[in-house]
Design a protein around this ligand. Structure first.
Ligand code: NAP
Length: 423
């Protein structure tokens, strides 16, 4: 693979950055017959099956499973299963997810057998047994060919992404590397042979992490800075000026739980500086260097908090919305330049963040999981939710609910995570 391409074959430098280019790249990931299958799955999942389920009278509803026809209530009851299968198919083909193999082939094989059984069971309607056998065999042959093609396509679903060092270069900068998601980013980069510049305030933590990373045979540089302080971005840019940076991870961030009017104004200002101004200025300062190399990656650690206003975390959610909008817009601006941009949007993650923000402890995912999703999706899309139900909540439920209800529901959730004295 050309190192100017993202893992998903994203446009090489100089490619068409518009919608046409995006579509071309998206469909170039698989052969034509598989694109057709993906579109068929999408049509079934989002148009036909919902229409069938909601619009067709019960009396005339009919579904075929393993060649056997189901009618009325039985047919209706099994339609959601069809919907889930086709939706998984559309999603799986779109992202070429590894789990689609061997399930797509097994499902197509089951359809092939159904297509043989179906006309034989209902031979009278097809025009007699001889004709039913012929129809069954022809359909069986067609679906068997599809089954074989899906079976043989194993490598397409298993194609791993190139190593980060091969894809983007020798050095990365990670802000907020002294704990949590930033430390996990740094560890995963070192495991893939990328040397890392580590930035945060706690120098002792950064030095300990640097020694750990160097065991992977990479170099490190520790830059201890308060990134909410004036002039800190320039100092950081100067501190890494001699490094061949290929990856910039804008990760440092803090929250502050509580009712807005009780929050400390200086702390809120520092949060906006750290969460918004710093990643904006740092990215702007380093972009010309990535452009000069013709390849690179810029990541922003956003949050699910960006997907709706969060009472009792009002300013934090607003800062994360800023990061999300900034990163997604840059993704579009930089498409075709060889620079990939991704906003990774975790939900609750088990780091020091909750404690620093003054929240009540609550369960979350591991930072390593967040990082794995980010590397997997980088170069393929502008932003990513780190769990599928976060995606569903952020992109379906929250967009459909009236804003009043949405914000009040969020208030209910945040109350449970906020100590009484801060509510
Ligand atoms: N944990 C979650 O539930 C969650 C969910 C969604 C998004 N996020 C986002 O994930 C990112 C990483 O947070 P985390 O969960 O890994 O929390 P964390 O463990 O508290 O890490 C925050 C990092 O930011 C650094 N930092 C804080 N203030 C700084 C400052 N003024 N200057 C420089 N560095 C500073 C901290 O280092 P020092 O204290 O040493 O400076 C630390 O390395 C944040 O942007 C956060 O908003 C977290």
């Amino acid at each position: 693979m050309n190192v100017n391409e993202g893992a998903g074959g994203v446009a090489a430098a100089g490619g068409d950055p518009g919608v046409r280019g995006w579509l071309r790249d998206a469909f170039a990931r698989r052969p034509g017959w598989m694109n057709a299958l993906m579109l068929f799955c999408a049509f079934m999942a989002f148009v036909y099956v919902p229409w069938d389920f909601a619009g067709k009278p019960l009396a005339v509803d009919e579904e075929v499973w393993f060649g056997v026809r189901l009618h009325g209530g039985w047919a209706k009851a099994t339609e959601p299963i069809h919907l889930v299968i086709y939706a998984c198919g559309a999603y799986g083909f779109w992202h070429m997810r590894p789990w689609l193999w061997p399930w797509a082939a097994i499902y197509a094989g089951q359809v092939a057998i159904s297509m043989l059984v179906w006309p034989l069971l209902y031979a009278d309607e097809v025009g007699g047994s001889a004709r039913a056998l012929l129809v069954g065999l022809v359909s069986f042959a067609a679906f068997s060919a599809l089954t074989a093609a899906l079976w043989r396509a194993k490598d397409r679903f298993r194609a791993g992404r190139p190593r980060l060092r091969d894809r983007y270069g020798a050095w990365a900068l990670v802000t907020g590397a002294s704990s949590g998601i930033g430390a996990a980013f740094a560890r995963s980069l070192a495991q893939e042979g990328v040397s890392v510049a580590l930035c945060a305030r706690r120098e002792d933590r950064l030095r300990a992490l640097a020694s750990e990373l160097e065991r992977h045979g990479v170099e490190t540089r520790v830059v201890a800075l308060d990134l909410a302080a004036p002039g800190s971005v320039s100092r950081l840019v100067t501190a890494v000026a001699d490094l061949d940076l290929g990856i910039v991870v804008n990760n440092a961030g803090v929250g502050d739980a509580g009712r807005f009017e009780h929050q400390d104004a200086a702390r809120l200002r520092a949060m906006v500086e750290l969460n918004c101004i710093t990643p904006m200025l740092l990215t702007r300062a380093l972009l010309s260097r990535l452009h000069a190399r013709g390849r690179g990656a810029v990541l922003f650690t956003g949050s699910q908090a960006a997907r709706q206003p969060l009472p009792l975390h009002a300013v934090y959610a607003a800062t994360k919305a800023f990061d999300g909008f900034l990163g997604e817009a840059l993704w579009a601006e930089l498409r075709g330049t060889g620079i990939d941009v991704l906003v990774v949007e975790p939900g609750s993650t088990e780091t020091e963040c909750q404690q620093v923000a003054g929240e009540l402890p609550h369960a979350g995912q591991a930072p390593e999981e967040v990082v794995a999703v980010a590397w997997d999706r980088l170069g393929r899309q502008p932003s990513v939710a780190t769990r599928w139900w976060h995606w569903l909540r952020g992109n379906a439920v929250m967009r459909l609910l009236p804003r009043s209800l949405l914000v009040l529901l969020a208030m209910g959730v945040m109350r449970k995570q906020t100590p009484i004295e801060r509510r």
